[in-house]
Design a protein around this ligand. Structure first.
Ligand code: AMP
Length: 190
């Protein structure tokens, strides 16, 4: 199974992706996690990404497209994957289409977590307060505001993009975690 999980920062994409991994024996591919690892390792990609990420801005499309293109071919992804945090722009989505076509792969569904934005800030602030000072550099009110703006402008258009392809499955991301999981499974089985 090959999936994308879509939603603004703090919507619970990582949490739900982890549940899908368990249930469907696929791998979670988070470009955010991969980029944070690159930053920590001070690779060339990490050095390019670090300040953009801290400000809540996007890393250039070519960088993340190259990372994902290589990663989905690795052995552990042969049973499928869930893309978490990618694509984030229509250009990335078009690039993904091309890559998948070249590799003779198809997407099964795009899961959208629908959320109430005013509640998101509370969620992320909660995440920061729970992190014992190990907060991500972009988990602060200023970067979060930026990330929400970037989501609205650059990523939200993907909802219509994938709806047009008949792949969109929208669920209520504000429901309790277990209920969101149940709704996702229902939508995937429908
Ligand atoms: P995330 O963990 O998905 O919230 O991503 C954290 C940060 O990594 C984002 O705010 C961006 O700076 C960067 N990033 C992650 N995924 C992408 C992507 N697909 N395109 C561009 N930048 C990304």
């Amino acid at each position: 199974m090959r999936l994308i999980i879509l939603g603004p920062p703090g919507a619970g994409k990582g949490t739900q992706a982890a549940k899908l991994v368990e249930r469907h024996d696929i791998v979670q591919l988070s470009t955010g996690d991969m980029l944070r690892a690159a930053v920590a390792a001070e690779t060339p990609v990490g050095l390019e990404a670090r300040d953009l990420m801290a400000r809540g801005e996007l890393v250039p499309d070519e960088v993340v497209v190259a990372i994902i293109s290589d990663r989905i071919e690795e052995n552990d992804a042969r049973n499928g994957f869930i893309l978490d945090g990618f694509p984030r722009t229509v250009a990335q989505a078009n690039a993904l289409d091309t890559i998948l076509a070249q590799k003779r792969m198809e997407l099964d569904a795009v899961v959208e977590l629908k959320v109430n934005e005013s509640i998101l800030l509370d969620r992320v602030n909660h995440r920061v307060s729970q992190s014992n000072g190990n907060a991500r550099p972009d988990d602060n009110p200023e970067a979060l505001k930026k990330r929400l703006g970037v989501y609205r402008e650059q990523t939200a258009p993907l909802i219509a993009f994938y709806d047009g392809k008949g792949l969109l499955r929208s669920v209520d991301g504000m429901a309790p975690v277990e209920e969101v999981t149940r709704q996702i499974e229902g939508a995937l089985n429908a």
